[in-house]
Design a protein around this ligand. Structure first.
Ligand SMILES: *[C@@H]1O[C@H](CO)[C@@H](O)[C@H](O)[C@H]1NC(C)=O
Ligand SMILES: *[C@@H]1O[C@H](CO)[C@@H](O)[C@H](O)[C@H]1NC(C)=O
Ligand SMILES: *[C@@H]1O[C@H](CO)[C@@H](O)[C@H](O)[C@H]1NC(C)=O
Ligand SMILES: *[C@@H]1O[C@H](CO)[C@@H](O)[C@H](O)[C@H]1NC(C)=O
Length: 433
């Protein structure tokens, strides 16, 4: 039989015991017990530390100041006239004060991971919670867990990407858990693939881990990892790609792993590199690798027979100031930037542009196949939120003195990504509730 979605699966996960748990046929609790019994390969803390350590090496290779503040105003302030709600760009706007409390706290959401539980680790200021995103010309409805669960009833939603994708899922999990407590039905041995099930709404929520979306192998020299990766730009990472036939909604993201030395292959031939500085190898910027990886990922989804709705979550900026992650860089601000303080000429906006172009490209192809593509375009809003990261308040014993200015506190401004997600599913996914 012809597979509905061909994947070259050279590197199958070792542990696929409890995948595909949608459908709500009562298998959840057994799987959950099994998952709980499986000992993790590394203590979660240590795993996270290693993950973050590798993630952070990007900032040494990347520009010396990831976020430069620019004072010249962007020329888009002419939005006094109220446009039609449907024409309104939800992603163009600013943060306004809002004193309604967050819809969850670290006591009402049981699944906040320790590293994002900023208040638990000594964060005292709470003003960063008192802002709401206000698009120019319309309103962004606040996330409504009941309406959301109604909209996704019987469906499977998968986040595909790195630890920031996971951060997004963790925010959604907290927001939804105020309406229904999810059951933890699957966890792989490294806690990179995870499945939650909302029994009452027959809704399955997954994180499918992928650093680059395409096949990648880390160079190992004399038994030690080098942090240099070889990417096969024309071959998707089978670990997530093989799951597409079971996914109704995919939220695809990734970017932070691309700012390191990479060798790029197409059809098994070396076609270039990123930061390798070798005279015989064509040199590309990381955005080229981002572009080609997203192209492969979205093409793969378009090649599957399932009518998956795909949302590309755009680049999530980091905010190290006064140094890089390993030279004392910090993110200790307690309030947002104004629109005129962010830099839309920098590399962050460049990655977002590449991602949007690839999304639009896939959309044209998908239209003929009855598939929908859209964006959860968080870049501009999050460039304005240097105050939303854990900073020093991430409780990591192994990396004292280092700041996490990449991930986002829960609760916190990352929760707006789910306001955007809900709006995007309605507008671009054609879903109603
Ligand atoms: C929640 O945050 C408070 C500080 O606001 C902290 O004292 C407490 O330990 C946290 N609770 C949990 C369950 O993490
Ligand atoms: C690998 O180890 C051998 C023996 O210790 C050493 O001679 C060689 O230089 C090492 N290679 C690299 C690339 O470090
Ligand atoms: C570049 O390629 C040429 C021709 O294949 C080869 O002779 C030369 O050694 C290469 N140089 C480097 C630095 O790899
Ligand atoms: C960076 O340094 C400036 C000047 O010393 C200081 O005012 C600012 O608070 C620092 N920023 C952070 C995030 O530490």
């Amino acid at each position: 039989m012809k597979p509905s979605c061909p994947v070259q699966d050279r590197t199958h996960k070792k542990d696929t015991r409890h995948h595909n748990h949608g459908g709500g046929n009562g298998g959840g609790s057994a799987a959950s017990a099994a998952a709980a019994a499986a000992p993790p390969a590394l203590p979660p803390f240590l795993f996270f530390a290693l993950l973050l350590a590798t993630l952070f090496t990007l900032f040494m290779l990347f520009s010396p100041s990831p976020l430069t503040i620019k004072r010249d105003l962007q020329q888009d302030g002419s939005s006094a006239s109220i446009r039609h709600q449907q024409d309104c760009d939800l992603y163009r706007g600013h943060w306004v004060p809002d004193f309604r409390a967050s819809s969850y706290t670290n006591s009402s959401c049981a699944t906040i991971p320790d590293s994002k539980n900023c208040f638990r680790h000594g964060r005292i200021d709470t003003d960063f919670l008192n802002w709401r995103w206000k698009p120019d010309g319309c309103e962004l409805p606040r996330f409504d867990p009941r309406a959301f669960l109604g909209m996704v009833r019987g469906k499977t939603l998968a986040f595909v990407g790195d630890s920031v994708a996971r951060n997004h899922m963790e925010s959604l999990l907290c927001l939804l858990s105020q309406e229904e407590t999810p059951v933890d039905v699957f966890k792989d041995s490294e806690d990179r693939f995870r499945t939650w099930y909302f029994r009452r709404h027959e809704f399955t929520l997954k994180i499918l881990w992928s650093k680059f979306l395409v096949m990648a192998n880390e160079e190992v020299i004399n038994g030690s990892s080098t942090g240099t990766f070889s990417l096969n730009l024309d071959e998707v990472d089978g670990e997530w790609a093989q799951e597409v036939p079971t996914v109704d909604i995919a939220v695809v993201s990734s970017a932070h792993w691309f700012f390191r030395k990479l060798y790029l292959y197409e059809q098994k031939r070396l076609v270039g590199c990123v930061y390798c500085n070798e005279p015989n190898v064509t040199s590309y910027g990381p955005e080229h690798a981002v572009r080609m990886s997203f192209r492969a990922a979205l093409d793969h989804i378009n090649g599957c027979s399932r009518r998956t709705t795909t949302l590309l979550r755009t680049f999530s900026p980091a905010h190290f100031e006064n140094g890089t992650w390993d030279t004392g860089g910090a993110c200790a601000r307690t309030g947002p930037y104004e629109e005129g303080e962010i830099d839309l000429g920098g590399s962050e906006w460049g990655f977002r542009k590449v991602q949007m172009e690839e999304m639009e490209r896939a959309k044209v192809v998908g239209r003929e196949r009855g598939k929908r593509f859209g964006a959860v375009d968080v870049t501009r809003a999050m460039l304005m939120r240097p105050d939303g990261h854990p900073g020093e308040h991430w409780g990591n014993k192994w990396m004292r003195g280092y700041n996490d200015c990449v991930h986002w506190c829960l609760p916190g401004p990352i929760d707006v990504w789910n306001d955007f997600l809900m709006a995007a599913l309605r507008l671009e996914g054609g879903m109603n509730s």
